[in-house]
Design a protein around this ligand. Sequence first.
Ligand code: PLP
Length: 362
Amino acid sequence: MTERIFNFSAGPAVLPLEVLELAQSEMLSLGGIGMSVMEVSHRSKNFEPILNDAIEGIRELLNIPENYKILFLQGGASLQFSMIPLNFLKENETADYVVTGAWGKKAVKEAKRCGNANVFFSAAETNFKSVPTQDELAFSENARYVHYTSNETIEGVEFKYELDGGGLPVICDASSNILSKPLDIEKYALIYAGAQKNIGPSGVTLVIIRDDLLEQVPENQHSMLDYRLIAGNNSMLNTPNTWGIYIINLVCKHLKKLGGLGEMEKRNEEKAKILYDAIDASDGFYRGHAEKSARSLMNVTFRLPSEELEKQFAAQATAQKLDGLKGHRSVGGIRASIYNAFPREGVEKLVEFMQDFAQKNG
Ligand SMILES: Cc1ncc(COP(=O)(O)O)c(C=O)c1O
């Protein structure tokens, strides 16, 4: 087998080896049909069961009630920043945005084009190290919806609770922590995620939307932006990303086999603890970015004593097959993304490397 490295990339990110091997074995002929999944019609009997299985797989893993539709869209999570307000926020209306990092900020920028995107809470002054407590959030009475980002991938801050909108519809960007733990879907009106971290390859966006929201889509909406029309066409209004959906189906089956999202949460907590413990035990050589109460289980962000040392750290780690550790270009530092498919063994190897590096450079 071709050797694989430990890939700490924030996304596209590591996929389960078992899924890649299965996809490899079916690459030339899917289930003996003599064609790959990328070569069959999306409306054929070869593909439609894959789409429906993937939908059912997501429904089962997240325990999604029947009054929610599960959609696979394109345009990334970024298109949702626009599509949500284009459907649910009119010019004279307000939506409350809780901003705990760079992605939340981008969501606000797009929503402002449609209506009053009110930055109800921003952690900007504290350099996006924390998330608010539920008590700090008393939303505008007349807001159409509340939007938040459950895990900010760049800063590595994560909500440890599911936000309560106090009766307002809650919309959540869960791109970088969906499927990492069980969720109470009934708390959300709409939840979305780009697939390329925990769900599958890039090019598919998962949208879980409650039926009553579909009724609120404006009548003259553009077809490709119309959740109701897309839901009515089972995500096949146009040609879907058939390859991406096929991989998502395999990932869902894999996660179920491992024991589901409760088991993933346990594993993710264990993996993250190994890394955060190493940061805390380093006598200040490594400094975690997030406040302890908001530390992400998916993206562990930290700094070293100087940018020069950070550069050396990332380069030397790559040479030891620990790749993708350089922080996002906007904030610098080091970021270890340790999604579901990232093995515990790789986290242990990184900790060994960190201890060695600190000893040599501290
Ligand atoms: C939390 C979050 N939201 C949105 C995005 C944007 O996703 P996409 O590149 O699929 O548009 C990302 C990408 O990393 C993300 O981490």
